[in-house]
Design a protein around this ligand. Structure first.
Ligand SMILES: Nc1ncnc2c1ncn2[C@@H]1O[C@H](COP(=O)(O)OP(=O)(O)OP(=O)(O)O)[C@@H](O)[C@H]1O
Length: 309
């Protein structure tokens, strides 16, 4: 598989404080790669180094085997969207795209602009000033701007933060479309774990400048060694009593009340042991559904392990 991004033992300190402490990972062609981590984990710093905007202290960060700091040819194969979208409020959607298209010397400008306005469903707003756009529309136009030159890899920093759920879905669909239909590789930094679980093929979880997990979403969920049990009760008023009963059981954690019952995380112990324990305590169970841990669960486990070290 072709490596699009290749990061090797990357290190960076700010004011003698280590911010990136030797991270290594690759992103392969066609992937939607999720780059996760809490505030201050070092995501933006890593991205800035990969994009050639910041110098590392040591290690290497290559895109298509070149450093973006020195290779203009490789830079032309890369699209970037940071949070501010890079748009001018006092220009229309069309004028914004035209400005960038001319700046980058894009051939067949008019055709490409129409294509992108259609792709982002903004054709009817072509002549509207961007300053009047909703945050979601601005983000979609930001994506159109970032892919004007048909990049092979697109870097997105928190593309759906500050968007409402409907706009988040629109942006998510655009990203999926770019990956599936245009074969674009996507490097996505995000705090939205549900979104990452929905669209990313592989993820890296960063904490304190180190990679704590690096795998496909499916493998992380499968290999966590923990199962979720979602239990529906005949009488939801019994959930507090159930909380007490499971709190006395070993290998059971993460009790969460749900609409008609609760969910728990189970490590080691069999589900039947939990169910018989609850039944003998007089709790009436209507349904038990076994499920894999979500990416959010895994992320929280990784963060908890770090806090305990
Ligand atoms: N130019 C800088 N000078 C000094 N410290 C910096 C600089 N840029 C980032 N840092 C520090 O480096 C650490 C990592 O910051 P970074 O922005 O990479 O984290 P992040 O994972 O992107 O966080 P967030 O999710 O909040 O954007 C933070 O402690 C931050 O304060």
């Amino acid at each position: 598989m072709e490596k699009v991004v290749s990061v090797t033992d990357l290190k960076k300190t700010f004011d003698k404080k280590p911010v990136i402490s030797g991270i290594t990972f690759d992103v392969f062609r066609g992937e939607i790669f999720g780059f996760l981590g809490p505030n201050g984990a070092g995501k933006t710093t890593s991205m800035r180094i990969i994009l050639g905007l910041l110098k590392a202290d040591s290690g290497s960060a290559l895109v298509f085997e070149n450093s973006l700091e020195t290779s203009d040819k490789t830079r032309a194969r890369v699209g970037v969207l940071f949070e501010n979208n890079g748009l001018f409020d006092k220009l229309s959607a069309y004028e914004n795209l035209k400005y960038y298209a001319e700046l980058y010397g894009i051939p067949d400008v008019e055709e490409r602009i129409v294509e992108l306005l259609e792709f982002t469903d903004l054709k009817s707003r072509k002549d509207t000033l961007v300053g009047t756009f909703s945050t979601g529309m601005k983000r979609k136009l930001g994506i159109a701007r970032a892919i004007l030159h048909r990049p092979e890899v697109l870097f997105l920093d928190e593309p759906t933060s500050t968007l409402d759920p409907e706009a988040q879905k629109m942006v998510r669909d655009l990203i999926l479309h770019l990956s599936e239909d245009e074969s674009m590789t996507v490097f996505l930094s995000s705090h939205n774990l549900d979104e990452v679980q929905k669209i990313c093929s592989r993820v890296a979880i960063l904490h304190g400048g180190r990679i704590k997990a690096l795998d496909s979403v499916e493998n992380l969920r499968k290999n966590s060694g923990v199962t979720n049990l979602n239990i529906t009760l005949s009488d939801s008023l019994q959930s507090e009593q159930a909380r007490f009963v499971v709190s006395t059981m070993q290998d059971v954690s993460d009790f969460k009340k749900t609409g008609h019952g609760f969910s728990i995380a189970l490590s080691g112990k069999s589900a039947s042991g939990v169910i018989s324990g609850l039944c003998s305590a007089g709790i009436n169970i209507e349904e038990v559904v076994k499920g894999k841990r979500s990416l959010e669960d895994i992320y929280i486990e990784v963060m908890k392990e770090e806090a305990e070290l």
